[in-house]
Design a protein around this ligand. Sequence first.
Ligand SMILES: [Zn+2]
Length: 269
Amino acid sequence: MNSIQNIIKPNVKAALYADDLALICSEDSCGIAQVRLQECLTLLEQWTDDWAMAVNAAKTTYSIFSLSTKKPNLRLRINNSLLEKENYPKYLGVSFDPRLTWYKQIETVQKNAWIPGHVDIFGNDVGDQLAKEGGMMEQIQHNPSYNEAQTLINSALDCHWSQEHPQHNSKDATHKLSRAERVTIFRLRTGHNRLKHHLFSRFRIGVGPKCPCSANRQDAQKVLQDCPLLDDARLKHWPEPREMNQKPYGSALQLGITAEFIYASDLTI
Ligand SMILES: [Zn+2]
């Protein structure tokens, strides 16, 4: 994937995270940005062809960040599909807004990370205190410079990454697993998976959150520990009972067994 950087022209920046690619072009005129980005998209199309890959045009959007109220529609194509405009794109968990004020991102972070007035939780107390102090200071209204924006994005990405990988440490045996096994284990750990409960509650995908066996929701706990439909597979993989919180953790061997159980269960995780 990193050789993608070689096809990017100097006036376009590329931000690559796993298989997520953002192309960024800053110009005085949207017209020029459109030409430069299209040039890149065409090269990208060739590059993906060369590597027998394809960009999912339906999942590709463009956004315009500008203080100008005029934000024309651009004609950007990949694989002959015209890209849709997205005013509030989310990239790696960071929410953008058309004027780059970060208000969307701040809203999200506040909602998720900090409950005002919630005492006795160390982080929240500190957050309360900082909010009070910040509120008493002079409020400066300004648009962040490119460097500030980059710092904000990077720290938000770091934060996002640590949230997604709460158990990250170098001793974690997941690095000894295959990529597919690693993905399975992380999905079980984080709850960001394709089990019915998450798909339905988060994305309204599927007919409901319930496990086929009962009225209870299908989540990692259900699948790994409780669902009677998986009793046989469970007994085969863990002849000795193993606790829920041990299954997605432990040695590479144990993690491999957990991943193997998921594959044997025919579940899409
Ligand atoms: Zn079940």
